[in-house]
Design a protein around this ligand. Structure first.
Ligand code: FES
Length: 137
């Protein structure tokens, strides 16, 4: 199905660039002989795609109900203090970005969850995530 192929192309572009640019949307549209608005509609439907620049390391703290009640807020607050940014922002050096409004990552039994790049930290703690961030600096 062409939609699946478009998603795969968008995933590859985002893995390369960390976000989807207008040029990427246009290039994918041209490649699959559809309109840019059709590609944008597909990309904007899925939470995995972003249209804003991302840091070298992308951090997402799940704020779904299970994670919220098991301590995600404290982890998010520590990250914001450590990096000096809020959700949806990128550090001035471009090293880290903090994803805004991350909701259930689908592993509620392991709450709270924090995703840093391709790694998901289950039963995350403030100390553990602080250590990971320090290691990436
Ligand atoms: S609420 Fe965080 S994984 Fe479901």
């Amino acid at each position: 199905m062409i939609k699946d192929s478009i998603i795969v192309a968008l995933q590859a572009a985002q893995a390369r660039d960390k976000y989807l640019t207008r040029d990427t949307i246009n290039a994918v549209a041209k490649r699959f002989h559809v309109s840019p608005s059709e590609v944008y509609a597909i990309a904007s439907f899925y939470h995995q795609f972003t249209f804003t620049p991302q840091g070298e390391h992308v951090i997402a703290v799940c704020m779904g109900t299970a994670c919220f009640i098991t301590g995600a807020s404290a982890i998010l607050q520590m990250i914001e203090q450590e990096l000096g940014i809020k959700e949806g922002e990128i550090t001035p050096d471009g090293k880290f970005s903090l994803t805004k409004n991350t909701r259930c990552l689908g592993r509620c039994a392991a709450a709270p969850l924090v995703q840093i790049d391709d790694t998901i930290y289950e039963h995350a703690t403030v100390e553990q995530i602080k250590e990971v961030i320090h290691g990436l600096r």
